[in-house]
Design a protein around this ligand. Structure first.
Ligand code: 0X9
Ligand code: ZN
Length: 327
């Protein structure tokens, strides 16, 4: 058996064990793939859910879902594993959905940060890399840096959602920071983080099949449409927004939770080097969205575990709606 419940938040090791249990128990549906390793050497594991090729023998269109890019946003990873459980453990109820669509789900993009948010700093956001050596500062600045790091503890890591190679490091509009100690540090260069690089390589290798890109974050209850790097909207904005509005309609039907749809930069704030912009702009995945899950700020990142199941149920309704609309 396995010990995944959605009554509490799980550690990375438990999540990986659950994925591996599913692959063993349901080998014709689920496969675990190690796409790379984190800075601290943890395997980055995703699950591919597929009932095989279509009638013509070609790979089916796929939906990509990732979560746990930002360490403290635990609800995203819990929702991702809930979606995995529905698709795999109830595969016979979702035969139609699985007939039309493959699923690629990466529940924890940033395992080092995720674990640190359990064992060190609950509100950690970034990865856990150290790029001090990469900087060509003077000995004096390096020394100052060393003590700042030691005293303050905020200079490790890169914001993975500023590290993607599309308009990377454009800081003019405040979309990212080039200060290593900042929460939105873009990194010394695009894809400096093994986590973002591994994810991007896998997506690029499969981009001809991936029709939808969803990245789960929290919080504020929004279904965000690109772009983040500019206030200008993509040419197909209205198509993406209308699909998103149908999805949030399905979300709200479950428990009455309200979500907003809108362009990322306007509705939230500008961000450069974010994963959804990269998925659309570079990988060419038309339907790319960032979902900001519950809540609206009452608990914020510290969403009680009692809200995992209701959040997961409503988001699953929205995700199913998207899957049906784009096929
Ligand atoms: O700032 C972020 O990375 C995301 N918000 S969070 O509170 N989860 O950190 C929002 C990203 C929105 N930008 C794009 N979708 N491009
Ligand atoms: Zn986030």
């Amino acid at each position: 058996g396995h010990s995944m419940t959605w009554k509490r938040y799980h550690r990375y090791g438990e999540i990986v064990k659950y994925l591996e249990y599913l692959a063993l128990r349901y080998p014709s549906v689920a496969e675990v793939i190690t796409i790379g390793h984190s800075y601290e050497g943890q395997p980055i594991k995703m699950i591919k859910i597929s009932t095989g090729t279509n009638k013509g023998g070609e790979a089916k269109p796929a939906i990509w879902i990732d979560a746990g890019m930002h360490a403290r946003e635990w609800i995203g990873s819990a929702v991702a594993t809930y979606i995995v459980s529905q698709l795999v453990e109830k595969n016979s109820s979702y035969a139609k959905l699985l007939d039309n669509t493959d699923w690629m789900i990466l529940p924890v993009v940033n395992p080092d940060g995720y674990e640190f948010s359990h064992t060190g700093d609950r509100l950690w956001r970034k990865t856990r890399s150290n790029h001090a050596e990469d900087q060509d500062d003077s000995r004096f600045l390096q020394l100052v840096n060393h003590y700042t790091r030691w005293l303050w503890g905020k200079c490790e890591g890169v914001d993975p959602n500023r590290n993607f190679d599309y308009h990377w490091g454009e800081v003019e509009a405040g979309g990212a920071s080039l200060d290593p100690c900042h929460e939105t540090y873009a990194g010394p260069r695009a894809f400096s983080e093994p986590e973002t690089k591994a994810m991007a390589d896998y997506i690029l290798a499969n981009k001809q099949n991936i029709r939808v890109y969803l990245t789960l974050h929290s919080y504020s209850q929004m279904w965000l449409v690109p772009w983040g790097y500019t206030y200008t909207k993509p040419l197909d904005y209205s198509e993406l927004a209308s699909v998103a509005k149908k999805a949030i309609g399905a979300v709200t039907k479950i428990h009455g939770t309200n979500y907003q749809v809108g362009p990322s930069a306007d509705l939230l704030y500008p961000t450069s080097g974010a994963s959804d912009d990269w998925a659309k702009g570079v990988a060419g995945i038309k339907y790319a969205y960032t979902l900001e899950l519950r809540d609206r700020g009452r608990y914020g990142f510290l969403l009680p575990a009692s809200q995992i199941v209701p959040t997961a149920r409503e988001i699953w309704a929205g995700v199913k709606t998207i899957a049906r609309l784009v096929n």
